[in-house]
Design a protein around this ligand. Sequence first.
Ligand code: BGC
Length: 760
Amino acid sequence: MDVKRLVAQMTLEEKAGLCSGEDFWHTKAVERLGIPATMVSDGPHGLRKQDEKVDHLGVNDSIKAVCFPTACATAASFDRALVTKLGEALGDECQHENVSVVLGPAVNIKRSPLCGRNFEYFSEDPYLAGEMACAHIHGVQSRNVGTSIKHFACNSQEHRRMSSSSEVDERTLREIYFPAFEAAVKREQPWTVMCSYNRINGVYASENKWLLTDVLRGEWGFNGYAVSDWGAVADRVKGIQAGLDLEMPGSGGYNDKKIVKAVREGRLDEKLVDQACERILNIVYRFVENRKPDTPWDKEAQHALAADIAADCMVLLKNEGDALPLKKGDSVAFIGEFAAAPRFQGGGSSHINSFKITSALDAAKEAGLKVRYAQGYSVREDAATDAMIAEAVQAAREAKTAVVFAGLPDSYESEGYDRAHMRMPECQNRLIEAVAAANPNTVVVLHNGSPVEMPWIGKVRAVLEAYLGGQAVGQAAVRVLFGDVNPSGHLAESFPLRLEDNPSYLYYLGEGNRTEYREGVFVGYRYYDKKQMDVLFPFGHGLSYTTFAYSNLRLDFGKSVLEEGDTVKAAVTVKNTGRRFGKAVVQLYVGAVNADPIRPVRELKGFEKVALQPGEEKDVFFTLDKRAFAMWNTQIHDWYVPAGQYRIEAGDSSRNLPLRTEITLSDSRELPRHYDMNSVFVDLMADPKAKALLKPIMEESSRKFAGEQNEGQTDAAKEAVSEEMGEAMMRYMPLRALVSFGASEDTARALEEIIRRIND
Ligand code: BGC
């Protein structure tokens, strides 16, 4: 379709109208010109297509669909191919249902365990979040259906989400909060990007030109349309100017009129309205012209896929004395209401109307397993009666193994608000304690969207983190518990011991409408590692029923200066040293050894999921580009690799990295210099050009300084100004100090001249 020609035929009113939705879920049609409406729908771990009664927070039902594992679970798979499969299934559903764009993936960084939407987000780590986003988008868009990566940007809390300003420094934005969006835009070109509700450093995302135009399009090359989060538009005219193409839902025409008025009054360039229309229509026609309405939607097959995916996402957190897997003939008690009615997704706009739900109890029965059930607690009441506990204890006593299904009820975490604490329900903690006291063979299965405190961790033998694993989570749990599937998930987030340990703890939620991201780049394990703090479970952690050995970390890079496009190749050998088939997650971290500039100890820069038969070994290859070593430099506003040693570590969690090597690297570019009389000696001496020019003056002053020190000094005076102190004072003295402390006028003039030459 020649979209430009079409837009040229539209009236200003039609164009302004096209820049907002017809209703909650449709773009506008322009019948006069044959422009069709297209539908967008929520997800992204299933399709939430609302047919008639529409609203955006899931109050009204949507069509029956398949709820796949949520992002907190899929990220733990560390499996790109698996996430792509989920995306493909979703894309097929959308073709079947005539949905042009599925709203997701959501890639906001888990700054705090408390964020109400953490279950929808992938990780505390920007690299992992970016890889998962790319995999998801790749899958959906391979079916000619668009995605809407969201919420751009810095929407890491629900509290005051429509008004709060996320105050984030430039480096932190670039290193932590942007990279998942950046990777997705550069590599997968999501058809649309959804801006967040909040403001960023004072400016609403929906009217932030720097964000939506300069960075998103100018730097990253985005070519789809930018859409507002639902109701995120504050000033529509500013939005058009900033590059926000589509307002959703509509505003009943209110904002469209403002656009028209602003153009008529010469306050808004009509070309910008044309541009927004072209961007919207490009996507509308990309979908319409590639429709595959005959795509089948086999819900049962997708339910089976949801079970396969969920099983590969589960994280075995603890497994003392090989308590798991359970033997199929053993007597087992399933305790806790979540065994019969699992919590498998979260509340809000991503809520899927599942066509079917398989609980662990259903799955066990179906598999003919001997399992006894005790309710243990009531989810609705959020309480456990004495009788419930007594029944659970009895069941636990009479079984070889007691499996408690626990976690967070819906009311504990949801879109729209944040958690106030990191605890599990008191009644569930009490139940676990009672069951563990009755049977030392107690296993806990957790259904939650974000970390919880585990006061009973020392009393149970095993913990399986099932997260919010989608509608088939029960089937997946039974397969993992009984060893049909060997668990291979690894944590995409740290589990701190206590909420107070989290780096954002002091500032999270902010004051009034301002929330300062004061911990900067030290989010999650970047903080815990730097502070050498104990955590309950570290980022990247996950056990298996087999064992893996890592060896032979090798690097291939023949030089020490990194130019744009250069890559450092790394390889690791991993071997299955146990007796079961299993999947290892090989993780590669990079860290600068130098303490200046201030950087995290290590950052994830590569991972691969590797399937291995017993005894089998494989080489795993990684490509580290310049970015893997770079940090954001606020002087040049670009990525830069500070010269120095870099440590490369490999292993199976951020705290288990048996392989380590180092490499010396520097950036091919030189940072611009600007020195003056206030510059200090140590900085100048680190600069070869400055050092050479200043050498004679430096030598002379050191001689003089040392001479003055020695001449006729009493012992007491020598003690007062030690050699170390003299040296340190000299190192950190500004050049002007030479003049203050007695350099001749000639020397002072010579210095000024030298500074001029260095700056040139
Ligand atoms: C959410 C989005 C969602 C939209 C449409 C908003 O409240 O923040 O994630 O896609 O509603 O339902």
